[in-house]
Ligand binder design. Structure first.
Ligand code: GLY
Length: 330
């Protein structure tokens, strides 16, 4: 019987071997997209919390907000959600019992901002936007980011764990063992990408990162090109899952580049998941990662390493969850 690992190896090597030819074929050509197959405006975001986030983003977009306003306001819903253990200050803490947050935001013209390892800020996505719009920098970290928030008049929150996070943390302290659990273990970042009626794109990504991570650990979400990438010429992509695996392949940037070379959003996400599996092969059974992408014409796609990943899609026809396909089936 074919073992899971051998199935993985066979699938990944097969697709990887095809890559150079496919890349060459696509070089220099931007696929002429079928306008009928895409819908604009379109907003998509990761996981179930994407429904409420999309709802807000849609409302902003239809109240004369820009697509940038929409992706910021949308994920703020999740950042403030008392039921979220993976985004915002109600999330799980690191192994020292401290919640530290990562976030990034990007426009299709290349402007971008991010914050990482930041404490006591309810809306790190807003802080990331302020970094983009009010500083000459792209990324601020830790205490520097917090000081910038204070200078900008943002409120500083009490450092107190949500009672459910506190209880889980106390349980974790008994063994202090780090065991990622696919689709459950706190890697459910919210990433949102959208395109407006004119084809202008933007994206946002925000998370409290892995539960019980080392103090100071930063994931993919605030790293432009890893957790998020947007280009008005092509499309946008964002990632969720084990950040270390995503960073290794510059995942979101690669999705966008593959779309530039002619792949559909779905094809691009699948190809990057295969690349990610190849680069993280030894540990892949325990590592979930997924991507969602939208192109300039409002076509979209999503794909993950393992089953269980889903994403919310909002267009004129409604706001619905879709289950992502995955490289592994069980
Ligand atoms: N993808 C979120 C993280 O790894 O922190």
């Amino acid at each position: 019987m074919t073992s899971r690992r051998s199935f993985i190896k066979h699938s990944v090597l097969s697709s990887t071997l095809l890559l150079p030819g496919a890349l060459q074929k696509g070089l220099g050509t931007i696929k002429k997209l079928d306008q009928q197959s895409g819908r604009r405006p379109l907003i998509i975001s990761t996981w179930n919390h994407g429904i409420a986030a999309n709802e807000k983003a849609w409302e902003v977009l239809h109240s004369n907000g820009s697509i940038l306003d929409a992706v910021e306001e949308g994920v703020k819903i999740t950042e403030a959600d008392p039921d979220s253990r993976s985004v915002g200050l109600n999330g799980h803490p690191d192994r020292e019992g401290i919640v530290t947050l990562d976030a990034s935001i990007m426009k299709g013209n290349g402007d971008c901002g991010s914050v990482c390892f930041v404490r006591q800020i309810k809306h790190p996505i807003t802080l990331a936007r302020k970094v983009m719009e009010k500083t000459p920098h792209v990324m601020l970290a830790g205490e520097g980011a917090r000081q910038f928030a204070i200078a900008e008049g943002m409120p500083i929150e009490q450092e107190e764990l949500h009672p459910d996070s506190e209880e889980a943390y106390q349980e974790w302290l008994e063994e202090k063992e780090y065991r990622p659990i696919i689709n459950i273990e706190n890697h459910d970042t919210i990433g949102m990408v959208g395109v407006d009626a004119d084809g202008t794109l933007a994206g946002s990504c925000t998370t409290s990162g892995l539960a019980y991570k080392m103090h100071g650990r930063v994931g993919d979400s605030p790293i432009i090109g890893a957790g998020l990438y947007v280009d008005d010429e092509v499309g946008a992509a964002t990632a969720t899952g084990m950040g270390e695996t995503i960073i290794k392949v510059c995942g979101s940037f690669l999705v966008v580049e593959l779309m530039r070379q002619g792949r559909s959003p779905q094809e691009a996400c699948e190809e990057v998941v295969d690349r990610l599996i190849k680069k993280n092969y030894e540990d892949i059974e325990d590592m979930q990662a997924g991507f969602i992408a939208v192109n300039k014409d409002g076509e979209y796609g999503g794909y993950a390493v393992h089953p269980g990943f889903n994403y919310a899609v909002h267009h004129e026809g409604g706001n619905e969850m879709e289950d992502a396909k995955s490289r592994f089936e069980v």
